[in-house]
Design a protein around this ligand. Structure first.
Ligand code: GAF
Length: 373
């Protein structure tokens, strides 16, 4: 295994173990996680492998096959820069939670398609969290490890994300989506066998990432928090009378609330349709989610909108932007016989605009994080 060879080359011994955590794509439930709401992501076949051994001197050494040949040595976690902040943040978060986590030698190898918004950073955090849990016999469960990984990203890396990506990586299951309540952290996996209905789930990677993404993400969170305060609820999850709420709000706050409240209902509706075996009808809810993200939440962009519209024109049952927005990927529900027509339609629409061709990836619900060796 490549990550084991890299570990041996860098550190001169075999690792104590190897752990894997996957990237994710979100079927539906966008920008609901930090509003204590509902999400329905699933783990992907691509992810991050981490080979690791304990060190008893507290030092952390990190090697990434994607980032360069030389290990980074951290005598203090705060020395971490760039990609190394993600694994260093996991040490920090576990130690901050009171766990006795010493040093480690780590090698990292990943194959999550770069820049597609498929949560390679959550996969890295979760793989390191699983490794440290086993190496130091912390006895933490999957959700505890997802929470530690999220804390690393919030409080060490400085990205105010919700829990969805880390939870999907830690708790995903083959052939299933993860139905997660982001308030209680209660979750269930739901069978997602679209092939049984002659359908496929297709990821369309726009290849773009607009710079404003991080600042806009924090602004959307702030809009939601101020709207919740104005409405006198702990989180937008608690809005039960949407019409009454909308009548007391205006501008951005009004639009954000409309999205979050209706998106939570769409997640429940999709779960109901999947349970009923009415998979094709999920498409209409994907389309509705996209329009809401485009018009109410205002996190889409031209490349995402064109991909969604062209996919539907080409025969997709439905499509939506997935992830934080401002670039990244679209997820589309496509009748298997229409797959080529959908891809051709999106490629042609991009070509007409002089945009680089998008990338198409099959979205296969896959297993969550685990020890490999
Ligand atoms: C990003 C964040 F990391 C998630 O927590 C979630 O908020 C998502 O954007 C939007 O649904 O992936």
């Amino acid at each position: 295994m490549r990550v084991v060879d890299a570990f041996r080359d860098a550190y001169g011994t075999a690792p104590e173990g190897v752990w894997h955590a996957p990237g994710r794509v979100n079927l539906i439930g966008e920008h609901t996680d930090y509003n204590d709401g509902l999400v329905l992501p699933f783990a992907l076949p691509w992810g991050v492998n981490v080979a690791a051994s304990r060190r008893d001197d507290g030092v952390v050494r990190l090697l990434s096959l994607q980032a360069g040949a030389e290990p980074v040595t951290l005598d203090a976690l705060e020395q971490a820069a760039g990609w190394a902040r993600y694994p260093a943040g996991v040490f920090w978060a576990l130690r901050a939670a009171g766990h006795a986590v010493g040093g480690a030698d780590i090698a990292i190898d990943g194959d999550v398609p770069a820049g597609a918004g498929l949560s390679s950073s959550a996969a890295l955090e979760v793989a390191v969290a699983f490794a440290l849990n086993d190496l130091h016999a912390l006895g933490l469960g999957r959700m505890d490890l997802a929470v530690a990984a999220r804390r690393a990203e919030n409080d060490f890396v400085g990205m105010p994300c919700g829990i969805m990506d880390q939870a999907a990586s830690a708790l995903g299951a083959e052939g299933r989506a993860l139905f997660l309540d982001c308030r209680s952290l209660g979750s269930r996996t739901i069978p997602l066998d679209v092939a049984a209905h002659d359908l496929t789930l297709l990821i369309i990677d726009t290849g773009v990432h607009h710079e404003l993404a991080d600042g806009q993400y924090a602004r959307r969170r702030a809009d939601c928090e101020s709207a919740a305060k104005r409405l006198g609820v702990a989180a937008l999850r608690d809005v039960s009378d949407l019409a009454a709420a909308l009548s007391t709000l205006s501008g951005d706050e009004r639009a954000r609330v409309q999205h979050v409240v209706t998106e939570n209902h769409r997640v429940e509706a999709v779960v109901g349709l999947l349970r009923a075996g009415a998979v094709e009808q999920v498409g209409a809810l994907l389309n509705a989610s996209h329009l809401s993200l485009r018009d109410q939440y205002e996190v889409s962009c031209a490349e995402l909108d064109v991909a969604v519209e062209a996919a539907v024109r080409g025969g997709a049952r439905g499509a939506r932007m997935t992830g934080g927005g401002f670039g990244g990927s679209v997820i589309a529900l496509v009748p298997a016989p229409r797959l080529q027509a959908v891809e051709d339609s999106v490629t042609a629409a991009y070509g007409e605009r002089g945009w680089a061709a998008p990338r198409f990836l099959p979205a296969v619900p896959s297993a969550g994080a685990r020890r490999l060796i």
